[in-house]
Design a protein. Structure first.
Length: 413
């Protein structure tokens, strides 16, 4: 660590604090995440599956892990430095982002996600705080670590951030997959348009209630598996019809609404994969090549996104075949397969994140009929964000942001 000069703290999370630092020799600015938990052997650090995966990941839209250092039983991760996180941008934003900005960010995140999923991982904690931005580039950060780190006390209460948590996880599905990241992306995308979280639940039950109030209660046809999951934990969905998303996200185009809607499908199988999302008409302009460049493109078949420094990914290149006529693949959504990597029980056993506690909370609850056990008033485990437990469905933007601000973890700088 002597090789680095610490400049200032830029983030303080549950598992570590993040500092801006400079590599004295190279003069390079980096971000150093100092883990709160102690690591007593090097093996303990490098055998972390997530550390291995992070070191392997190399993609323009994934924050690069440069070095792992263990010194005096403290573990440090040295990352490339990013200017800020997406939450900070949203919170400080006075006016709405343009659709072009939203599109550019989402296009990049989906590329990063497609890569992660292709590598056989899924993030599980996608949220604006974990998407880091520098200039026009956005990168996925903080992935994979939570699971391993959370397996050690005192981190037993950690579960992915509630507002972006997929319904199958809320309903304690024994098995979930990369589609949970797609759900989170739907919520994030909507938030980028409105600057307000789409499903800011104050508890697991309130989270489901809010989801029902937006996308309507699932029926047997919509999500048979979900109804089974709910009945397995004795949970009764509130009966709500939902609203048209364009009412809640008025500044979004029809294509954008369409994509958010499919990402936020109750049934994980009905959500597009990251690769499919990239082919959605919403991203059509990302594939636009000026006619003057088309002949060159036809020869090189380079993805147009590369012109923005976005993609070197093989899987995305595949779509560049459609570039010369400046249209995305016509079929949406084609047959898909989310990466089934782990089971919730697996995950929960590992992180000890209190499945039974949550199941109990949900199981005892009939939100629609206002039968709330005293227990429900307890703040649910959360890492960042949260509400005051109010059940008003649609607060004004300023209230939402205020609420969220006051509960979000400290972010310095
Ligand atoms: P935690 O697991 O505690 O949430 P994160 O890795 O998400 O830790 O980091 C917490 C915060 O620190 C992020 O939300 C971000 O604001 C900041 N941060 C993390 N990594 C970087 C980085 N590479 N460059 C700049 N800031 C970073
Ligand atoms: Mg984080």
């Amino acid at each position: 660590m002597e090789r680095y000069k610490i400049i200032k703290e830029v983030g303080d999370g549950t598992f570590g604090s993040v500092w801006r630092a400079i590599n004295k020799q190279a003069g390079e600015i980096v971000a150093i995440k100092k883990m709160k938990r102690k690591y007593y052997s090097w093996e303990e650090c490098i055998s972390l599956r997530e550390v291995k995966s992070l070191r392997k990941m190399s993609h323009p839209n994934i924050v690069k892990l440069k070095e792992v250092i263990r010194e005096n039983d403290i573990l440090y991760f040295v990352f490339e430095y990013m200017e800020c996180n997406l939450y900070q941008l949203i919170k400080d934003r006075g006016k709405l982002f343009s659709e072009t900005e939203v599109r550019n960010w989402c296009f990049q995140v989906f590329q990063g996600l497609a890569y992660i999923h292709q590598q056989g991982y899924f993030h599980r904690d996608l949220k604006p705080e974990n998407l880091l931005v520098s200039k026009n580039i956005i990168k996925i950060a903080d992935f994979g670590l939570a699971r391993e780190i959370s397996s050690q006390p005192p981190y037993t209460e950690y579960v992915s951030t509630r507002w972006y948590r997929a319904p199958e996880v809320l309903l304690q599905s024994p098995m979930y997959n990369s589609a949970v990241d797609m759900w989170a992306m739907g919520a994030i995308m909507a938030e980028l348009f409105t600057l307000c979280p789409l499903f800011p639940g104050s508890s697991e039950a309130d989270e489901i209630y809010r989801i029902c109030s937006v996308i309507g209660t699932p029926t047997e046809i919509v999500w048979a598996e979900g109804l089974k999951l709910a009945s397995a934990i004795n949970y009764q969905f509130p009966q709500l019809t939902g609203v048209h998303l364009s009412v809640l996200v008025p500044s979004a185009s029809e294509d954008a609404i369409n994509l958010i809607k499919s990402l936020c499908s109750w049934d994980p199988c009905k959500r597009p994969t990251a690769l499919e999302a990239l082919q959605h008409p919403f991203f059509q302009s990302c594939f636009y090549i000026p006619p003057s460049l088309r002949s060159k493109m036809a020869v090189t078949r380079t993805p147009p996104s590369a012109t923005r420094g976005l993609s070197e990914q093989k899987s995305v290149r595949r779509y560049s075949g459609t570039v010369s006529d400046s249209k995305p693949a016509s079929k949406f959504p084609p047959a898909k397969s989310h990466v089934p990597l782990t089971t919730a029980s697996n995950y929960n056993v590992k992180i000890g994140c209190g499945v039974s506690e949550t199941a109990e909370k949900l199981g005892n609850l009939t939100v629609g009929n206002a039968r709330l056990p005293a227990k429900q008033a307890l703040p649910a485990p959360m890492k960042a964000g949260g509400c005051h437990g109010q059940t008003d469905l649609f607060l004004g933007r300023s209230q939402e942001i205020q609420t969220r601000r006051s509960f979000t973890k400290k972010v310095v700088g």
